[in-house]
Each structure stands twice: as structure tokens, then as C-alpha cells.
Write a new protein. Structure first.
Length: 190
């Protein structure tokens, strides 16, 4: 029964909340606190259900704290929104170490690709003489093809964790019927 509940949380609720955060960031440039809080709260019963050990649990909390600090430091000069910083921290909570490093690398790569696509789209649609006025009409057109300078960084954050999550301890624990200890042994052995 616990494995089924964990399966629903990890395979459906967490990806849905991450995708919802990304969509909200695209549409409104805001990641709702309720979404981040839900991701934060869901971690604890899920960790308990798989029998996460104290050392591993504290490692996840430490990654959360470090990422929260990094998010705050990126927020201070305006490079990150506050929602991006909180989403970064909760992603670190779910991944722990060493998957957090893989997540950071994946997120940087996806964020860079996202920025390049946005720059190319801006140049093609507006500066290259190819302009499709209908594409930029309405709310959705302004969101997708508008000339806004900021990038909603919740998108690469959500995409980064969704790319790493299937390779994480959570996925392995699901495959092993919720056995976190065995999942960690497999992860450390290669």
C-alpha cells in the first residue's frame, strides 16, 4: 500500500506540480508559494515511506539549505525571482547529493538552450524582417513571442529535475518496491 502511495506522489503529483510551476512562471512570471510548499511537504512522507535513513535524510536537508542560500544570493542582484530560488531549493530537497549536481548541470544546459531559442525567436520574429503580427496578438502570443527581456527560469528548473528524477533514488526505490536502502546501495555501487 505504501509503495502505491509513493508511486502516485513521485510519478504523478511531483511532476504535475513541477509542470504547473513552469506554466505559471511562463504565464505570470510567478511560481506560487502553494506549489513550492506542496513539493516541500510531499517530500517528508515520501521519504518516510521508502525508509530513508537519517544520514540520507539530513543530506537531502543540507542540499535544500545550500540551494535555498544560492537561490537567495541569485535573487539579491535580480538574476532569479524569489519563486525560482524556492523552487531550486525544493528540487535540491528531492534530489539530495550527488543528483543535485547532475540537476544543476542539466538545468544550466536547459536554461542556456532556452535562452538561445528565445533570442533566435526574437531576432527572427522582430529584427529579421519576418514578423507575424498574428503570433504576437493576445495574451498567449505576448507570452510566447513577446519582446519581454526576462526568461522564466522555473521552466529549466522544472525540466532539469524532471530529466534527473527518473534516474534518482526515488525511481530506483519504486522499482525495488519502496526499498530505499537497497536503492542507495545500487546507486553507490555504480
Amino acid at each position: 500500500m505504501l509503495v502505491e502511495i509513493m508511486n502516485v506522489i513521485v510519478m504523478y503529483a511531483v511532476p504535475f506540480l513541477l509542470a504547473f510551476a513552469a506554466v505559471m512562471d511562463i504565464m505570470y512570471r510567478r511560481i506560487p508559494n502553494k506549489v513550492v510548499l506542496a513539493l516541500f511537504v510531499l517530500f517528508f512522507p515520501t521519504a518516510w515511506m521508502i525508509g530513508m535513513g537519517w544520514e540520507q535524510f539530513l543530506t537531502h536537508l543540507a542540499v535544500f539549505a545550500v540551494f535555498l542560500l544560492v537561490g537567495f544570493l541569485l535573487f539579491l542582484p535580480g538574476w532569479f525571482g524569489s519563486g525560482d530560488g524556492k523552487l531550486l531549493a525544493v528540487c535540491g530537497l528531492w534530489l539530495g547529493w550527488p543528483q543535485a549536481l547532475e540537476f544543476v548541470i542539466m538545468t544550466i544546459l536547459l536554461g542556456g538552450a532556452y535562452a538561445v531559442v528565445k533570442i533566435v525567436a526574437d531576432r527572427v520574429l522582430f529584427e529579421g524582417g519576418i514578423w507575424f503580427p498574428r503570433l504576437t496578438e493576445g495574451r498567449l502570443g505576448r507570452i510566447l513571442f513577446g519582446r519581454e527581456n526576462s526568461l522564466p527560469y522555473g521552466v529549466p528548473l522544472a525540466a532539469g529535475i524532471l530529466a534527473i528524477l527518473p534516474l534518482s533514488m526515488w525511481a530506483r526505490a519504486l522499482l525495488l518496491d519502496g526499498n530505499a536502502q537497497r536503492a542507495m546501495q545500487l546507486m553507490s555501487s555504480g
